[in-house]
Design a protein around this ligand. Structure first.
Ligand SMILES: Cc1cc2nc3c(=O)[nH]c(=O)nc-3n(C[C@H](O)[C@H](O)[C@H](O)COP(=O)(O)OP(=O)(O)OC[C@H]3O[C@@H](n4cnc5c(N)ncnc54)[C@H](O)[C@@H]3O)c2cc1C
Length: 321
């Protein structure tokens, strides 16, 4: 028997991670991407954070996902992986106590500074996602710059077809899946120059990430559930600037403002698995695509070899019938 052929539709973070793993397991992988510019993957800030900061606790299987993510990205890193702990200033005593008695502390995710005014989150860091996608494009043997409008053709000529399109339309998912599967969330990031140099930090409702180009930083991000247009809006930029300045981050210039929509699922976990016959989904990465994609890709590939996908990720959890 020849090599099994896999069509991966979409080459954002999810498609890139999945296609590379699939290719390295010996499948003949063909990628199809319509090459849009402002996709969430190209806009993404790039943070890998295993914690829910608002709940002060690790995400589900946080260590497993984070370890696999760093192992995977570091393996072919060509200068896009920055595994540095994210720093948070915790000046308020009540907050210090809350973090000290949190599940994040109990499970070994926190390192405190000597005076307890700062903490570092273990297994965190960031990835330059544009470089990640560029670098992975070069490693894929069959890359087709093309929009797929008709799945039927691919379903006939490939052994597996994988939808890594971010959001998947209800008509493709089929009537057995809940219609409100996706709860897209719009987000803005600002590329700025700052008055003084600044480390990789998580502030209150805001993060700051130093960039490749000297004195350039990413500030983010907004989370808007109710929106009409996907475009930068000066009001939202002002909100981010005001938030930064209130916390002592002084901006000298806004260099760029980028906006995209996170393909989030109602329960904030990706959807992974078989939809029907040879059609599979690897989507719904929400606001944590970099964190979830490497281990989730492994789970989908293992399922083709007979393993079971955890019910927390399995697309079957979204069936209504
Ligand atoms: C402002 C903002 C900040 C973010 N920050 C972070 C962060 O710090 N860390 C993090 O992990 N995540 C972050 N995210 C979320 C992250 O962007 C997503 O989790 C991730 O990009 C989803 O990747 P994806 O590959 O599933 O989807 P996408 O990026 O949407 O990729 C899908 C690809 O499929 C292509 N496509 C779609 N339909 C077709 C078709 N019919 N034919 C061919 N091609 C098609 C699209 O053009 C696209 O290239 C952020 C998102 C936003 C908006």
């Amino acid at each position: 028997m020849g090599r099994q052929k896999v069509a991966v539709i979409g080459f954002g973070i999810a498609g890139a991670v999945f296609a590379l793993q699939c290719q390295s397991r010996g499948y003949e992988v063909h990628v199809f991407d319509d090459f849009k510019t402002e996709t969430p993957s190209k806009v993404a800030a790039g943070i890998i954070n295993p914690l829910s900061v608002s709940r002060k606790k690790p995400l589900w299987c946080a260590k497993e996902f984070a370890k696999e993510a760093w192992r995977f990205y570091s393996k072919w890193d060509t200068g896009f992986t920055y595994q540095y702990p994210m720093v948070m200033d915790i000046k308020n005593t009540r907050l210090q106590n809350e973090w000290s008695s949190s599940l994040a502390e109990e499970t070994g995710f926190l390192n405190w500074s000597d005076d307890h005014s700062q903490l570092e989150i273990n297994y965190s860091g960031w990835i330059d996602t544009e470089l990640l996608i560029e670098s992975s494009t070069n490693q894929i043997n069959y890359y087709h710059r093309k929009r797929i409008n008709d799945l039927e053709e691919l379903e006939k000529s490939f052994d597996y077809v994988v939808l890594a399109t971010g959001k998947v339309e209800p008509e493709i998912m089929g009537s057995q899946f809940r219609e409100d599967l996706f709860r897209p969330v719009l987000g803005d990031l600002l590329e700025v120059s700052l008055k003084e140099s600044y480390p990789f930090k998580h502030l209150e409702g805001l993060f700051v990430i130093p960039q490749r180009i000297k004195d350039t930083y990413i500030l983010g991000s907004t989370y808007i559930h109710d929106f009409d247009k996907i475009e930068p809006n000066p009001e939202r930029a002002s909100l981010l600037v005001a938030k930064a300045e209130r916390q002592g981050v002084l901006i000298t210039k806004i260099l760029n403002h980028r906006t995209a929509v996170r393909p989030a699922i109602y329960d904030r976990m990706p959807i992974v698995g078989q939809i029907r016959n040879n059609l599979h989904v690897f989507a719904g990465m929400g606001s944590r695509g970099l964190f979830h994609a490497p281990l989730a890709a492994k789970m989908l590939l293992d399922s083709w070899e007979g393993e079971t996908i955890s019910p927390l990720l399995n697309v079957s959890r979204s069936c209504t019938k």
